[in-house]
Write a protein that binds this ligand. Structure first.
Ligand SMILES: Cc1ncc(COP(=O)(O)O)c(C=O)c1O
Length: 352
C-alpha cells in the first residue's frame, strides 16, 4: 500500500551502536535516545535498547505510554503540562522540568501513585527555549524541590540550537558546569546527570570542548539520521539516508508549466511564483501537504524535481523520463519530513 515510508532499521541500529561508542570516548556515559521522530511507531525498540543507550525519551507522553513494557528508564523531554502530570508520573520515570508549580503537582501525583518521580531541571544557557535562565536565581526553587518527598532531583540539563540557534561550545557548556557546582556546594549534594544538550553538542566530539562534568546527551537526529545539528553536517562513518518515502503516480501528462489566465492564491492561501518552462511532463503523486511539507522530500532520481502541490497532491516535473501512471517514485526525507510522515495515518510504515 502507498504512500509508504520505508525505514532501514539495520542502518539505524548500526548508528546507535556507533554513537554509544563515540559518546563513551567523549565521557558521555548516559546516551538518551530521543525517539520522537517515530511518533510511537516502532518495531525495533527491543533491538535499539540493546545498542547500549541508557534511556529512551520522547516529547509526548502518549508515545511513552506505548513503550510501557521496555526495560530502560523513560524520559519525557518536553516540560510537562500542568494538566498531564498524573500521566507523566504513570508513563515516564524522568521528566525535564523548569516550573516549580508543575514539579509540586508531579510530587502530588507521584505521592498518589506511591512512586518517586525523577526530574532533570532545565537551564537556559542563552538559546531562549525552556529552562531557568542561567544568570538568574534558581536556588530558592531548588530548596523547595528538595523538600518534596516524591520528587528526586536526578540532575540538570540544557537544550541548545533549538530556538535561538545557540551553538554549543566550551564557554556555553561551562555555564551549566557552574550551575552544577553552585547547586552541589550550596545543598551539599551530588547531581547524577549533567545533560549537555542534543545532537548539536555532538559537533564537539573529539575536540576536547565538552567539560568533563557533562556526562549525558539526549540524542535524536544524530542517531537516526547520522547528522549533527549545529551545522547540519553528516557525521562521518554513520548511515544517513535511512528513510525512503514511496509515493504512487496517479496522473502523468504533458501540460504547460505556467497557469493559463489570471492567477491569485493557491489552496493554502499562498501566492506562488511559477516559472514558465514551456511544456513539461508532469506527474501527480498521491501524497500531499497534509502528510509532509513538500520541501522536506528529495527525489532519489536526479531527473525528477518537485514543482509543488496541495493537501493531497504532489506535483513533479518528470520531463525526459519514462514514468507513467501507477509507477512508484522514491524520495529521501529529512528529519522534519520523517516527523510529519510518521504522524500521518495515511502513510504506511514499513520497517525493513
Ligand atoms: C529537550 C530535547 N532534548 C533532546 C532532543 C533531541 O534533539 P536532537 O534530535 O537534535 O538530538 C529534543 C528534540 O527532539 C528535545 O526537545
Amino acid at each position: 500500500m502507498y504512500p509508504r515510508i520505508v525505514i532501514n532499521t539495520k542502518n539505524i541500529l548500526e548508528n546507535s551502536r556507533k554513537m554509544v561508542a563515540l559518546a563513551k570516548d567523549n565521557h558521555i556515559d548516559y546516551v538518551m535516545a530521543i525517539v520522537k521522530v517515530f511518533s510511537g511507531h516502532f518495531d525495533f525498540i527491543d533491538e535499539l535498547i540493546k545498542t547500549g543507550i541508557t534511556h529512551i525519551g520522547d516529547s509526548r507522553i502518549q508515545n511513552l505510554k506505548k513503550l510501557n513494557k521496555i526495560s530502560l528508564p523513560k524520559i519525557l523531554v518536553r516540560i510537562p503540562m500542568l494538566s498531564e502530570t498524573s500521566e507523566v508520573v504513570q508513563y515516564s520515570d524522568i521528566s525535564l522540568n523548569s516550573e516549580l508549580e508543575t514539579i509540586k503537582k508531579l510530587n502530588d501525583d507521584a505521592k498518589k501513585a506511591n512512586k518517586k518521580h525523577q526530574i532533570i531541571l532545565m537551564f537556559d544557557l542563552g538559546d531562549l527555549r525552556e529552562g531557568y535562565y542561567h544568570s538568574q536565581d534558581y536556588l530558592k526553587d531548588i530548596e523547595e524541590i528538595l523538600k518534596l518527598e516524591n520528587i528526586n532531583l536526578l540532575g540538570i540539563g540544557t537544550n541548545l540550537t533549538c530556538y535561538g540557534g545557540l551553538v554549543p561550545g566550551k564557554e556555553i557548556l561551562n555555564r551549566l558546569v557552574k550551575i552544577k557546582n553552585k547547586i552541589e556546594a550550596h545543598f551539599n549534594m551530588r547531581l547524577k546527570i549533567i545533560s549537555g544538550g542534543n545532537s548539536s553538542t555532538v559537533t564537539l566530539f573529539g575536540k576536547n570542548e565538552i567539560p568533563k562534568e557533562i556526562n549525558s546527551l539526549r540524542l535524536g537526529e544524530s542517531i537516526f539520521f547520522g547528522k549533527e545539528t549545529s551545522y547540519s553536517k553528516d557525521i562521518q562513518g554513520f548511515n544517513h539516508d535511512n528513510y525512503v518515502l514511496e509515493a504512487e503516480i496517479i496522473e502523468c501528462k504533458m501540460k504547460p508549466s505556467f497557469p493559463e489566465g489570471k492567477t491569485s492564491i493557491n489552496s493554502f492561501g499562498e501566492k506562488v511564483d511559477i516559472e514558465d518552462k514551456g511544456m513539461m511532463k508532469r506527474a501527480i503523486c498521491a501524497i500531499g501537504k497534509q502528510d509532509v511539507i513538500l520541501n522536506n522530500l528529495s527525489p532519489i532520481d536526479a531527473n525528477i524535481s518537485v514543482i509543488g502541490g496541495s493537501s493531497d497532491h504532489l506535483i513533479l516535473d518528470v520531463t525526459n523520463t519514462e514514468y507513467k501512471v501507477g509507477d512508484i517514485i522514491s524520495f529521501n526525507v529529512n528529519y522534519p519530513g520523517l516527523l510529519h510522515l510518521m504522524n500521518s495515518d495515511y502513510v504506511y510504515k514499513f520497517f525493513k
